[in-house]
Each structure stands twice: as C-alpha cells, then as structure tokens.
Design a protein around this ligand. Structure first.
Ligand SMILES: NC(=O)c1ccc[n+]([C@@H]2O[C@H](COP(=O)([O-])OP(=O)(O)OC[C@H]3O[C@@H](n4cnc5c(N)ncnc54)[C@H](OP(=O)(O)O)[C@@H]3O)[C@@H](O)[C@H]2O)c1
Length: 284
C-alpha cells in the first residue's frame, strides 16, 4: 500500500519505520527539517509539504502532537482538506472526541485511529489500534493495519475511538501519579528505595502496564517515551470530555493538575515517569 505519514515525532518515526519494514511505499512529511533522514535511508520518500506527501498515497496517517496541530493540518491554509479526495485519512494523534467527530464530518473517508502503546510497541508490532469511523473506511485500512498489529478495536464513530483512548490514558497517567505517591508515603515512613522495590516491584497492586516505568518512577531516571507535556494534554482532554457530559471525575481533575505542574515545573520534555521526582519527602 502507498501510505503517507505526516508528523515524525517519536510515534510518527516508529509508525513509518514499521510500515517500511513491512514493504509498504511510504512518503513522509514533518514540520521541521531533519527528522526524516533515517527513514529516507530506509526507503521513505520525503515531501516538502503535506499535500506533496499525500499525492501518491492511498492512505494518509497524521501523528502530530495535539488538537491545534491536527486542526491546522486538516483545516488550515495549504492543509489537506481539498487535496484529500477519496483517500482514507486516519488520525493517530491523541486528540479530543470533538475534533475527531469534526474530522469525520469534514472528510469523505475519515477514521480516528489512536494508538495504545509506546513508540517501541508500535515498532515491534505490539501496539493496539482503536479504529473509529465508517466500516468501509476502516476496511480500507486493513492491509496497513495487518502489518502494524494483531489487535484492532473497532468503533462506529471517530469520537468513540478518541474517548476510548482517553479512558485508557487516564488509567495509565493516574497509576503513574499514584505510584509516585505510594513511594512518597513509604519514604515518609523511612522505607528505602530497595525496600520499596521489594514491596511493590512484583505487587499485584501495580498494574502490568506500569511495569516498564516502575524503575523510572522509583529512581527518577529513564528513557523518554511519552512526555509530561503530552500526558498533561491527554489528562486534560479526558477531564474535559467527562465534564462536557456532566460526569463527576475528581481523580481525573487531580491527575490533570499533577501533570500540569510537571509540565510547568521544568519536566515538559521528560517522560511521564518524571512525576516520581515530584513531592517526595525531604531527605533527613
Ligand atoms: N509517545 C507515546 O508514547 C504516545 C503513545 C500513544 C499516542 N501518542 C500520541 O501521538 C501523538 C504524537 O506523539 P509523539 O510522542 O510522537 O510526540 P512528539 O515526539 O512530541 O512529536 C510531535 C510531532 O508533532 C509535530 N507538530 C507539533 N505541532 C505541530 C504543528 N503545529 N504543525 C505541524 N506539526 C506539529 C512535531 O513536529 P516538529 O518536529 O516540527 O516539532 C512532531 O512531528 C500525540 O498526539 C501523542 O499524544 C503518543
């Protein structure tokens, strides 16, 4: 399949790399220069703007950071709307349910396609894809999805796939924030790092999805997969969605505030595990 990937951040890089490996023809575009070099070496074709990137493609995937960026791409000047025609347009950025529905109305074949999993899960084919939109459009993504994953969850509407993604992200963000506070409680009572590792490292109270961040939350050191800037954005989107429907979600509000503080407090480009550095008791 001829696929255009728009946005080459951590997720876009992983996605385009996986598609190249599977033998698809991939054209790529990124707002700032230099991000496509490694992919071009592996066979991708770099385009100077989004319209050029989608020209040869049957399927277009955008993986930009947030609502504003996707909105500019989809509705802005020089953006995609007029050029897209009957191509399938899948948005894999995590954005609001509202924007996802709007895209569904504006584009002929739009699928909200948020991804559950870190960039390395995308690269290894172990991420889960949430596909929301008309069945025929999702079917047309079949050959691409077959080389990306063995798990696709389908939804009738784009906004439902967006809501599903936000619900899962809230689980992960709240458990990272809670684990950091469990460490703070233990340390407040004099437990050492080693004792905390022994107590909680294999505990069933720590969900499997948190295992790969356990050490990073405990020690404050680790790789960056998902920045606190994006984590704050996702918690806020989850909160706003619940608020708009009249649901009461005080924990989501507290989690959003925690990641807002992390972003504002110098940890914006660090992994979400960096909340483990916040609020620990003072030594001695
Ligand atoms: N990382 C994860 O674990 C993960 C997992 C699931 C879903 N996601 C979601 O996937 C999306 C991308 O995440 P990421 O980790 O790849 O983020 P990232 O590494 O921060 O990359 C962000 C990308 O968005 C582009 N961008 C930002 N604002 C833009 C604008 N106004 N116009 C055009 N391009 C713009 C950036 O371009 P420049 O290079 O020019 O800045 C870059 O390509 C986000 O919605 C995120 O929530 C991430």
């Amino acid at each position: 399949v001829n696929i255009a990937v728009l946005g080459l951040g951590r997720m876009g890089q992983a996605l385009a790399g996986r598609l190249l490996e599977a033998g698809h023809a991939v054209s790529v575009w990124n707002r700032s220069a230099g991000k496509a070099d490694a992919l071009v070496e592996r066979g991708a074709k770099e385009a100077g703007d989004p319209t050029e990137a989608i020209e040869p493609a049957e399927v277009v995937v955008s993986v930009l950071s947030n609502d504003q960026a996707v909105r500019e791409l989809a509705f802005g000047e020089g953006g995609l709307q007029t050029a897209m025609g009957s191509r399938v347009y899948a948005n894999s950025a995590t954005v609001s349910a509202e924007l996802s529905e709007e895209l569904g109305r504006a584009y002929e074949n739009f699928v909200a396609l948020p991804i559950l999993g870190a960039p390395q899960a995308v690269a290894s084919g172990n991420a889960v894809y949430l596909a929301g939109g008309p069945a025929e459009a999702i079917d047309r993504l079949g050959p691409m999805l077959a080389s990306l994953t063995s798990t696709v969850k389908r939804f009738g509407h784009p906004g439902q796939a967006a809501a599903a993604k936000l619900a899962v992200n809230l689980m992960l963000l709240s458990s990272v924030a809670t684990l950091a506070e469990a460490f703070a409680v233990g340390r407040s009572g004099g437990l050492s790092e080693e004792e905390l590792r022994d107590l909680l490292g294999e505990s069933p109270t720590v969900p499997p999805g948190l295992k790969n961040r356990f050490e990073a939350v405990l020690t404050g050191e680790g790789p960056t997969w998902w920045t606190t800037r994006l984590g704050h954005k996702d918690a806020r989107l989850a909160l706003e969605l619940a608020d708009s429907a009249g649901a009461t979600v005080p924990v989501a509000r507290a989690v959003t505030e925690r990641f807002r503080e992390a972003e504002a407090g110098g940890l914006a480009e660090e992994d979400i595990a960096a909340v483990g550095r916040m609020g620990q008791p003072s030594p001695g």
